[in-house]
Design a binder for this molecule. Structure first.
Ligand SMILES: [Ca+2]
Ligand SMILES: [Ca+2]
Length: 295
């Protein structure tokens, strides 16, 4: 019992911490948008403009306050001159350690994008893709819609930290992006004392409306994880954004993936979101709505 309570306190702390982090990310204080000492920032080399030469892309904090970090991306050519940056007023949460990678949206072209994961809850993350806009000094996200209005138009979901897969699964030279979640098929037992603890903790934090969802999260976590679920599949398109696959297009890629999965991981069952129970599906949606970046 003691072990269970400790575990729950950790969960509550993680939940409260993540919510607190979001509230902070929504209003970053911009102190130093032209930070000078570029050698100290994390960076990645990527050919964002597709000229067969890799740029150095820095991840620069907008503020010197370590507890209130928001980041921009700035690309420099081999002479150290700035050639592109993320648009003014758009900033990103801190990329998760070691999550920065280059990807090719179209494998036959030299142009690259960078991908990185950001923390989005006790065990979920969101992924962004950035590349340079053609002939412009701008680094912009590659989104799920042609014209984006919010982070959620451009963020890809993972129900487990860093689980987003990017692969050209049908071998047509164009990248697919696969979102996974976990199934939590059963409600477990958590005890009245723990329900009270969650209720008190969230009510005290001014989040009464979240109490019911948080109790469900604790109960489903206690009920245990089920199968791995393919949540959404996207494919990079001619209009320069990732189109969500539906109906037959979704199924075609899902079956390809499922065959590969069974060969590699025969003991780990995989299903598609269409095979989830209504309750499991609603729970996965609620988890995403609870943790995804807000703006
Ligand atoms: Ca280049
Ligand atoms: Ca493909």
């Amino acid at each position: 019992m003691k072990h269970k309570i400790l575990w729950l306190i950790l969960l509550i702390l993680a939940i409260a911490g993540a919510i607190f982090a979001y509230i902070k990310y929504r209003k970053p204080e911009i102190i130093n948008p032209m930070a000078s000492n570029q050698d100290n920032y994390p960076f990645i080399f990527a050919d964002l403009d597709g000229d067969d030469t890799r740029e150095k892309v820095n991840i620069q904090p907008l503020t010197e306050d370590e507890n209130n970090r928001a980041y921009i991306f700035v690309a420099y050519n081999q002479q150290g001159e700035e050639i592109a940056r993320t648009p003014e007023g758009i900033f990103f949460p801190e990329p998760m350690k070691d999550s920065l990678e280059t990807v090719k949206l179209i494998s036959e072209l030299p142009k690259e994008a960078i991908r990185f994961d950001v923390f989005a809850g006790p065990h979920s993350s969101e992924t962004f893709f950035l590349t340079q806009v053609k002939n412009e000094p701008l680094i912009a996200p590659v989104c799920k819609v042609k014209e984006y209005h919010s982070f959620q138009d451009c963020a890809f979901w993972s129900g487990e930290l860093g689980e987003l897969v990017t692969v050209d699964i049908d071998d047509d030279k164009i990248l697919e992006v696969i979102e996974f979640v976990d199934e939590y098929p059963k409600l477990g037992e958590i005890g009245a004392d723990i329900e009270t603890m969650i209720s008190d903790e969230f009510s005290a934090g001014g989040m009464e409306s979240k109490v019911e969802d948080m109790i469900e999260i604790a109960k489903r976590e206690a009920g245990g994880r089920g199968r791995k679920v393919v949540w959404n599949i996207y494919r990079f398109g001619q209009d320069q954004f990732f189109e969500k696959l539906t109906d037959e297009d979704f199924n075609t890629v899902y079956y390809l993936l499922s065959d590969m999965w069974q060969e590699e991981l025969p003991d780990k069952p995989l299903i598609s979101k269409n095979q989830m129970s209504r309750a499991s599906y609603n729970f996965a949606e609620m988890m995403k709505n609870t943790w995804q970046l807000k703006n």
